[in-house]
Design a binder for this molecule. Structure first.
Ligand code: C2E
Ligand code: CA
Ligand code: CA
Length: 716
């Protein structure tokens, strides 16, 4: 130990020793960083990194050796062999490469195998280097020190490899580099202590110059190779890191189908904009967009067509994107945007532009094209909400409104909408109690044969009298029941109650019960209908079920099968609200409906619009050709009824013929009619439910007056 210290301090130029230590420390750090990197890879990539690490290791051991040799103040002339010098470098590089590769493929004790190979290679490099270092003098070696130097080298190499492979922590590279540095320095100076030179000639100044120049060049070369390995690794790392970062970034923040930003991306932008302070704070709008009819495109043309449509929509949105507006696909057919706004008119203009662009037809192939509608809802920051989630919810609310408003497909949030949601929630909860609390009632609206004025049946219409809010129209609560799933229970209650009530009537008039599309999703509907009939004792022929075309379109095959099973019971089926939705001939052809109910919207215009009249005429012709009777809904005036009569319409329903009537009043009129046996039964009922019968004669009218008078008497 003392000998080594003496050798180091007396025989060496300490400044150069210090330089050697710095070069060795840097080289070791580069080496173990590269080696660690290689351990994370597999196969050829791992070998590539190990090669770089070996190059760095070999060149740093080698360079350290030669700087130290420059520091060695020898008193004899020196020449050194270029071949052996190069060979020593190759030994260091190849040995390190084998050591690193061994370590990465072997198991738990690989650090020992790796350490032995690395340690021996370093020692071999040292002694081959010394072998090529020809000194003019008598050279002898102390084999004890030689062995010690090899031992130090192997021990340090094993420890360094152990640290870098088996420990965690951010300092492990530095630690292993430090241990390796000690090993190399220890190897060198213990090896130099083993060397004894007895000079034969005193060196004259400058005699070393050639050798020293060669050494200096070698050192420069060594540093260059080492730095090269480090730099190459840095470049590769950086490139790989950038590539993978780019890939990960794309995957994490963009929608793969459309290439638009995805939900997390938009969310991040939204959060950032809501958190902005001072100069960066901006006013902006969150715009929610929902495609209309996308599900139909998917169902009708397949998912591939659906994807095509989404891509086309994505492209169109990208074309509208600029510094102030960013679009994203949130999932499914839902899109959104964040737009910086200076004024509201700019926002509206942009939303109209979006709508205009998205509603253009989309080509599926050379023959087919489809078009979708879009509903847009916007909420503004900070006027409408200051919290990101609240802003999104409010834009959703506005979008929901836009989707359900027949007049517009663009909506801005306003505070009243929140109130609407609260009311909906509260009402839904109340509705679930309505049956138990006896708040529901059935009203009956008369249907008549146009040509004779005779009653052909009664449509059953549900009424809800809310204990606090009073009468709530079905147009408001039926959608709530549908949205909450309560419609199944409610619909069954209507069916059973109507059957039970009608079975008690003193006549055999038909009843028509409305079915929600959702009820048609119930595979046991035919059984439930049968059960309702059996329980009440109502003849199947007295029951008609009304359903809209949308209920059939939803799942055509299955629904038509279901309807056939119901029809087989003897129950008739009417197609409700015809002329409003799809109105496809396909639906009419695919099932033998017993009645077509022409939607009441046509009645408003039939009196003065030639177009409406033409439509009504066409529907009537269609009914005749299919041999299905047509009933016109919403007849409010005598004039409308006259037109229907002249056009040859089969049946009618409407305020002019009779308003929906509570069961108690209807029963009363039935009994009055039964009492007034001398008059036409139907006329009495019709009079009683509040209408003036077309073409009624004086006798009928006077009888009716008597009935009315009796009724008033009964009421008071
Ligand atoms: P709907 O099936 O088309 O029913 C006819 C609607 O037209 C009824 O409205 C009726 O009161 C109204 N109406 C009748 N004559 C006239 C008229 O001359 N002029 C005008 N302007 N309207 C007239 P109501 O009772 O408010 O029902 C609205 C809708 O609610 C119904 O439309 C039906 O879709 C649904 N609904 C009612 N009861 C039930 C039910 O028990 N189950 C289901 N699923 N839906 C029901
Ligand atoms: Ca109806
Ligand atoms: Ca209707």
């Amino acid at each position: 130990m003392l000998d080594v210290a003496l050798c180091l301090t007396l025989d060496h130029d300490l400044r150069l020793v210090f330089l050697a230590a710095i070069v060795c420390a840097t080289g070791s750090w580069i080496t173990f960083r590269l080696f660690r990197r290689g351990l994370d890879e597999k196969g050829l990539f791992a070998l590539g990194w190990h090669f770089l690490a070996a190059t760095a290791a070999g060149s740093s051991i080698w360079t350290t050796h030669f700087i130290s040799m420059l520091a060695y103040e020898i008193k004899a002339p020196v020449v050194f062999d270029p071949v052996l010098t190069i060979v020593s470098l190759l030994i260091a590089i190849c040995g390190s490469f084998i050591a690193f590769s061994l370590t990465s493929v072997m198991g738990r004790f690989s650090f020992i195998a790796g350490g032995i190979v690395l340690g021996f290679s370093a020692a071999a490099m040292h002694y081959v280097g010394m072998w090529g270092y020809h000194i003019s003098g008598v050279v002898s070696w102390d084999m004890g020190y030689v062995a010690a130097s090899v031992g130090i080298s192997v021990f340090a190499a094993s420890a360094a490899i152990y640290i870098v492979t088996n420990t965690a922590g951010q300092w492990r590279i530095a630690q292993s580099a430090g241990v390796f540095l000690c090993g190399i320095v220890g190897l060198h100076f213990t090896g130099m202590t083993a060397l004894h030179v007895a000079a034969l000639l005193m060196p004259a100044g400058g005699e070393h110059s050639d050798s020293y120049l060669a050494m200096a060049l070698s050192v420069a070369l060594g540093c260059f190779v080492m730095a090269g390995a480090g730099l190459t690794s840095f470049l590769i790392e950086n490139r790989t890191r950038q590539d993978s970062f780019r890939k990960l970034h794309t995957l994490a923040f963009y929608d793969t189908l459309t290439g638009l930003a995805n939900r997390p991306n938009l969310q991040a932008r939204l959060d950032e904009m809501c958190q902005a302070e001072g100069e960066t704070k901006r006013e902006f709008a969150f715009i929610g967009m929902d495609l209309d009819k996308f599900k139909e495109i998917n169902d009708l043309h397949g998912h591939q067509a659906g994807d095509l449509v989404l891509q086309a929509i994505g492209d169109r949105l990208k074309a509208l994107q600029n510094a102030s507006i960013h679009f994203a696909r949130l999932g499914g057919d839902e899109f959104a945007a964040i737009m910086e706004i200076s004024d509201e008119s700019a926002l509206l203009k942009k939303m109209m532009e979006i709508k205009q662009s998205l509603t253009q037809p989309i080509k599926l192939d050379t023959l087919q094209q489809v078009s979708t509608g879009v509903s847009l809802g916007a909420a503004r920051y900070p006027f409408d909400a200051e919290e990101p989630q609240e802003l999104v919810n409010r834009a959703d609310l506005a979008m929901y409104r836009a989707k359900h408003d027949p007049l517009t497909s663009i909506c801005f949030y306003d505070a009243a909408m929140d109130e609407v949601v609260r009311r909906r929630k509260a009402l839904t909860a109340d509705l679930r109690q309505a049956i138990a609390h006896d708040e529901l009632e059935l009203h009956y609206q008369v249907q008549t044969t146009v040509a004779t004025g005779a009653i052909s049946g009664f449509e059953v219409l549900l009424r809800w009298k809310h204990p606090e809010r009073g009468y709530i129209p079905p147009s408001e609560f039926i959608p709530l029941a549908e949205a909450s799933g309560f419609i199944m229970e409610l619909g069954l209650w209507v069916l059973k109650t109507a059957c039970r009530q009608a079975a008690q009537w003193p006549n055999l008039h038909k009843i028509a019960v409305n079915l929600s599309p959702m009820q048609l999703a119930d595979p046991f509907l035919p059984e439930r209908v049968q059960e309702s009939l059996a329980e009440s004792g109502l003849a199947a022929s007295r029951l008609e079920l009304e359903l809209t075309e949308s209920a059939v379109v939803e799942n055509r095959e299955r629904t038509l099968d279901l309807l056939s099973r119901i029809k087989a019971l003897g129950v008739t089926i009417a197609l409700d609200d015809f002329g409003t939705g799809y109105s496809s001939l396909e639906t009419l052809r695919s099932f033998p409906f017993d009645k077509i109910k022409l939607d009441r919207s046509f009645m408003h215009e039939i009196e003065d619009s030639a177009e409406s009249r033409a439509i009504v005429r066409a529907v009537l012709a269609l009914g005749r050709s299919l041999n299905v009777p047509v009933l016109a809904e919403g007849v409010e005036t005598r004039h409308q009824l006259d037109i229907l009569n002249s056009e040859g319409c089969d049946a009618a329903q409407g305020y002019f013929l009779g308003r929906p009537t509570p069961i108690a009043r209807l029963l009363e009129s039935f009994h009055v009619a039964a009492d007034a046996s001398s008059i036409d039964f139907d006329v009495a009922i019709l009079q009683s439910v509040g209408m003036t019968l077309r073409g009624s004669n004086a006798r009928r009218e006077s009888n009716a007056a008597t009935i009315n008078a009796r009724q008033r008497g009964a009421q008071s």
